[in-house]
Write a new protein. Structure first.
Length: 306
């Protein structure tokens, strides 16, 4: 058993908070373990003046951490699972997912308004094509503008850039202790969350059995199964930042309920679907739902997005 572990993380306040959660749980499970945290600055952290979709790279917030893992500079990397591309580099795998926080999106608006009461042509900031497409599908009158930066930066821009509201992951706000800023937690019926949203995962070298053993007591099987179904959906779509896609799995007993969405950027052509399956075959459920949406017009959406 390893006596020490090096954890790689991004340097944002939220990333450090999330990494500390994993470090604390590791040390609670293994009191003699020494834990070191090493910070990295990713391309997504450096390039802040360009919308995510326009940058085009997959793994904008994880590549530098993955390179460090493959080089043996760290033993594991802590990620928001939603930041991970659907296909990981050869030799790496996700071997632990913590119990999921609230996976939904949240609106932070002036005067505590909610989506239904925002004024016509309200200006909403978001970094996500997925959120943009679904919000415009529900309320085409909204004006959606790009919004980049860490959670605290986005909250500040709400006040400084003339926005009526911003849409952001509820989990990030809650983890930072800013849940009181939320005006509305958005129903998945309006805006399905990103694949893996609200879940923290540990990426490790696939052959590193010692580190995987350390992580085993932290893993949440229910969340891992849900995330597997969602990621299988995204991988079948070959989804990246340029394609508005979403999936959200919930589990009751031995049954998975997976909802998915694929849309044009403007939200005009938006497909939704759902599939049920068994917890023993989450990947099959995700692939089946993706293929159903592709057969209903998703192929054309993907072609036009390219």
């Amino acid at each position: 058993m390893a006596l020490s572990v090096r954890i790689g993380t991004r340097g944002s306040v939220l990333a450090l908070q999330q990494t500390q959660m994993v470090a604390d749980r590791l040390q609670a499970a293994w009191p003699a373990l020494a834990v070191e945290t090493i910070r990295y600055r990713t391309k997504g952290d450096r390039v802040l003046d360009v919308p995510l979709a326009r940058i085009g790279d997959k793994g904008l917030f994880v590549k530098e951490l993955e390179d460090a893992l493959l080089a043996g500079q760290i033993d594991l990397a802590v990620h928001s699972v939603k930041d991970l591309p659907s296909r990981l580099p050869e030799g790496l795998s996700i071997r632990m997912v913590l119990e999921r926080e609230d996976p939904r999106d949240a609106l932070v608006a002036r005067d505590g308004l909610v989506l239904a009461t925002l004024p016509e042509k309200a200006i909403i900031g978001t970094s996500s094509l997925r959120r943009r497409a679904q919000l415009l599908h529900w309320r085409p009158d909204l004006t959606i503008v790009p919004l980049r930066g860490n959670v605290d930066t986005r909250l500040r821009k709400l006040e400084t850039e003339g926005l009526d509201g911003i849409v952001i992951a509820a989990a990030g706000l809650e983890r930072m202790g800013w849940g009181a800023r939320i005006s509305e937690v958005i129903s998945p019926d309006i805006c399905l969350p990103a694949v893996g949203q609200g879940a923290l995962g540990a990426e490790v070298r696939a052959e590193d059995a010692a580190i995987q053993s350390l992580l085993q007591p932290l893993a949440c099987r229910t969340t891992e199964i849900a995330v597997r179904a969602e990621r299988a959906f995204l991988e079948r779509l070959q989804g990246g930042c340029q394609v508005p896609a979403a999936a959200f799995a919930t589990i009751a007993g031995q049954t998975i309920w997976l909802r998915g969405m694929l849309s044009s950027v403007d939200g005009a052509s938006l497909l939704r679907g759902e599939r049920y399956g068994t917890v023993e075959t989450p990947d099959r459920v995700g692939v089946a739902l993706a293929e159903a949406l592709l057969s209903r017009g998703g192929e054309a959406i993907l072609k036009n997005s390219g």
